[in-house]
Design a protein around this ligand. Structure first.
Ligand SMILES: Cc1ncc(COP(=O)(O)O)c(C=O)c1O
Length: 604
């Protein structure tokens, strides 16, 4: 979604140039003498001269005659004439063949206004709030719901109380081709506030950055490979997600819960003894293990549960491998008083008995997924969750725990997990005054990794590394390294690298760490691998367990086995870098849940 901006009520060359400098496509000159922001033809000429053809000028007319409008359009070389009065189709006809677009202002209050607006012969329809005779600039919000309906049929420009604070929400809600901003970016009529104009553009740009890759495609990867019955649910989710992103109340609530309930921000800790042990670059740990529930997963489940509540869904479902995402989903279901069902492979329930018990304690229904031949693990749980969703989509929200699944999940999960990278970036800036040389994370489906990477992707000086689970070695076939050992296919509603046989059947995966035991990877990782922006390295069980033990002994931190893969990779990389270099590692979770797995591994 991308909207142009018209800054309206420009009455000086200085304001015109400031708006232009920030990126305004249209500048509105109000020719109605009764307006407090009116310009005379002479002032209009001066403004036109100052911008010198670099902006599209729009003349706003209320009571002027057709001849006056035609004259102004010609003299000031107007891109459009905006008809703000009761001008009807007859009047438009009397303007004859203008060299300018015709924009008609409408006020939408009910269905009949909508039908009338739809029928109007104009190039664009500008939806404004009722302004009691004044020419815009009232700060009052228009009817966004009706505007959004009109925008599906006509080119709509949205006006009425658009501000730097609500511009994202407005664009997400209405999908206009442009927004018209006036009183909310001025100190007083005839004096625009240039800082506010700048802020408006920055807010819009931030939104576009989030959405840049959000048509669901990352190169050839991503997409929505789902049953047709799920498409309306995904479209509704996409719409609600973008609305929520632009909604200050949603953001406040989300951040408040992360702060007061989860315990954010998490520390960025300099692992001095680990660094000395490796003898090279400094290793800094982003302590997601200190989050409530013991891992990064909760950053995402809180965001998705808030969306579910916003969409009126009372039941959450999730699939889980290691159980951390299941626990995080059961936790938020308890927090928000929602029903929760978690699907988990029978084999994983055995391996992660403690997490299974936690979900039970939290009041979630744990459904063990069995298969006829073989051991049921994460992929089987995923299949079951998708099957349930198809049947219950009306009242059920599917909380996906990693940066995979059909669009908008990869983008949405990235957004909710990007708090990891944003905090780490600011914390390192504060402590060391610079960016890291490398960021390192483990990659299962890739949510903690993409969350850490997010604010560094455009920082070309920061190298990005991901550790994939190589299990007993890629050559043995007993691994979960979809990018190193897999091929392109479709899994879990998106196109990506995955572990499949020659018929496209998903293969069994293996890793000492249940949370990396995912047969695919999020589509943005697949894209970053192909483009070379990130380097993905296989780390086997032995390396991970060695890193696990080293961190325990040297730093007094028991990491999750998943995170131990990232620590192992960082230790390798650190050895090859000088001491002034900095590596930031996502310590995605704590290792209490992995005690049995490690003991079992060490006994072998
Ligand atoms: C602590 C921890 N880290 C990492 C992961 C891997 O997931 P992702 O790649 O989505 O971050 C898991 C999955 O359960 C986990 O529990």
């Amino acid at each position: 979604m991308k909207a142009s901006v018209k800054i309206c009520g420009i009455s000086s060359a200085e304001d015109a140039l400031a708006a232009l400098g920030c990126g305004a496509e249209f500048l509105g000159l109000i020719f109605e003498p009764k307006s407090p922001r009116a310009v005379t033809p002479k002032q209009a000429e001066e403004i036109a001269k100052a911008v010198g053809g670099r902006a599209k000028l729009v003349g706003v007319f209320v009571s002027q005659t057709a001849d006056f409008i035609k004259d102004a359009a010609k003299k000031q070389n107007l891109f459009a004439v905006q008809l703000h009065g009761g001008q009807n189709a007859e009047f438009v006809k009397s303007l004859g063949a203008l060299d300018a677009e015709i924009w008609k202002v409408v006020w939408l209050e009910n269905e009949s206004d909508l039908a009338e607006a739809e029928a109007f012969e104009a190039d664009r329809i500008l939806v404004d709030s009722k302004s009691g005779g004044s020419v815009g600039g009232t700060g009052k919000r228009a009817n966004w719901e009706l505007a959004a309906r009109l925008a599906k049929k006509r080119k709509v420009i949205l006006a009425g109380g658009i501000s730097p604070e609500n511009v994202r929400e407005a664009v997400n809600a209405v999908c206009p081709c442009a927004v018209d901003v006036n009183s909310m970016v001025e100190d007083s009529p005839r004096k625009k506030n240039h800082l506010k104009i700048k802020q408006l553009f920055e807010n819009l740009k931030e939104m576009e950055n989030t959405q840049m890759k959000s048509n669901g495609k990352f190169g050839v990867y991503g997409g929505q490979y789902v049953a047709e019955t799920l498409m309306p649910a995904l479209q509704e989710l996409e719409r609600e997600f973008y609305r929520a992103m632009g909604d200050a109340d949603f953001q406040d609530e989300y951040r408040g819960i992360l702060r007061d309930y989860v315990g954010r921000e998490t520390p960025l800790y300099f692992a001095r003894r680990l660094t000395e042990h490796c003898g090279g670059a400094q290793i800094w740990l982003k302590r997601e293990d200190l989050n409530h529930t013991g891992a990064h997963k909760v950053n995402n489940t809180i965001g998705q549960a808030l969306l579910a509540r916003r969409m009126g869904k009372r039941r959450l479902i999730a699939e889980t491998g290691a159980g951390m995402h299941g626990v995080a989903t059961a936790t938020v279901a308890a927090l928000f008083g929602m029903e929760c069902e978690v699907f988990m492979g029978a084999e994983d329930i055995r391996r992660q008995a403690q997490n299974a018990a936690r979900m039970d304690m939290l009041g979630a229904k744990l459904t063990a997924v069995e298969i006829e031949n073989g051991e049921a693990t994460l992929k089987d749980a995923m299949n079951e969750a998708l099957r349930d969703w198809v049947a219950t989509v009306e009242n059920t929200f599917y909380v996906i725990g990693t940066a995979a699944g059909p669009h908008p999940y990869p983008t949405m999960v990235k957004e909710f997990q990007s708090i990891i990278g944003r905090e780490a970036k600011a914390q390192l800036m504060e402590k060391c005054g610079r960016l890291p040389d490398q960021v390192v994370a483990c990659v299962g489906g890739g949510s903690n990794a993409i969350g850490l990477y997010a604010p560094f992707i455009d920082e070309k000086g920061v190298a990005i590394y991901g550790a994939e689970a190589a299990g007993q070695g890629i050559e043995t076939g007993k691994h979960s390294a979809s990018m190193q050992g897999g091929s392109v296919g479709v899994l879990h509603g998106n196109k990506t690298y995955l572990l499949q046989d020659e018929y496209g059947q998903i293969m069994d995966t293996y890793s000492v760490s249940a949370g990396l035991d995912y047969p695919g990877v999020g589509p943005e990782h697949a894209y970053m691998k192909d483009t070379g922006r990130a380097t993905y390295v296989p780390i086997n069980d032995a390396q991970a367990v060695h890193a696990f033990r080293t961190l325990c002994r040297l730093e007094g931190i028991i990491p999750a086995l998943e995170s131990s893969h990232a620590v192992a990779l960082a230790m390798e990389n650190a050895k090859n870098l000088s001491k002034d270099k900095i590596i930031v590692v996502s310590l995605s979770g704590r290792g209490d849940k992995d005690m049995n797995s490690v003991m079992e591994y060490l006994r072998k």
